[in-house]
Design a protein around this ligand. Sequence first.
Ligand SMILES: [Zn+2]
Length: 269
Amino acid sequence: MKKIIILFVISGFLLFLISAKEIKNKTLINKNTDSFKNICNYKDELKYRYLNYYKKHKELPKEKIVTYVNIGLDKKFYTITAPTPHLNKDYILVNKYLYLNNDYVPNNLVNLDNKYSKNGIKLVKSAKDMFEKMYNDAIKDGYKIRIMSSYRSYDYQTYLYNKYKKEDGIKEADMCSARPGYSEHQTGLCIDIDDGKTSYEQFNQSPSYIWMINNSYKYGYIERYPKGKENITGYKYEPWHYRYVGIDIAKFIHDNKITFDEYYSKYIK
Ligand SMILES: [Zn+2]
């Protein structure tokens, strides 16, 4: 009888210790997640992911933790994916987390005049009109820009990605080419450009590149995969690739030196 009482007391004490620890842990988690709650783009359903990412990246301010986790950066590229919303909007986002279906073709795709590009290139009308304006103003300033590639269908992207994968392996292909459905080129809102003299890969050495960096935002275009932001965009630096997002968003991104992925996480619902 005595033994039973002792056992009972001990197990009661152990249960008390366990629940006290649980309460302490919960309080600690709540206290830590509470510190994210005032951040404008905080999402309650992601609070544990914020906390886990913060444990690994204590050097980052909490605003960045929230933005990066909202983008999906706490998970590997292509591991948590969803169809992208805001189809046919200038602010549609396509990256390594948000994709377009294989039958998506943007509305208002129009042909570009040969004056501005290689033959048979298509762009969404809003992006085309602003490109033409930008092109003509660049010429007035003494600089040339020319479109080498713009809208690409899902099927063409499949062909391109498989080609890179075969030539360079999957790791290298993923850094320079998008998997089918994940290419921004399928939106019809982005362009690869050169200056008509040197290869597009050396566009950053062209005076036209400096003109673009200083002026493209005035026409709604941003450098989409900038140097030093590879960990956010998931792509190597691509000085030739510009994305049309509209003038207001482009100006904000330019002035704040952020990526479109970060802007979208913060301001697009
Ligand atoms: Zn491109």
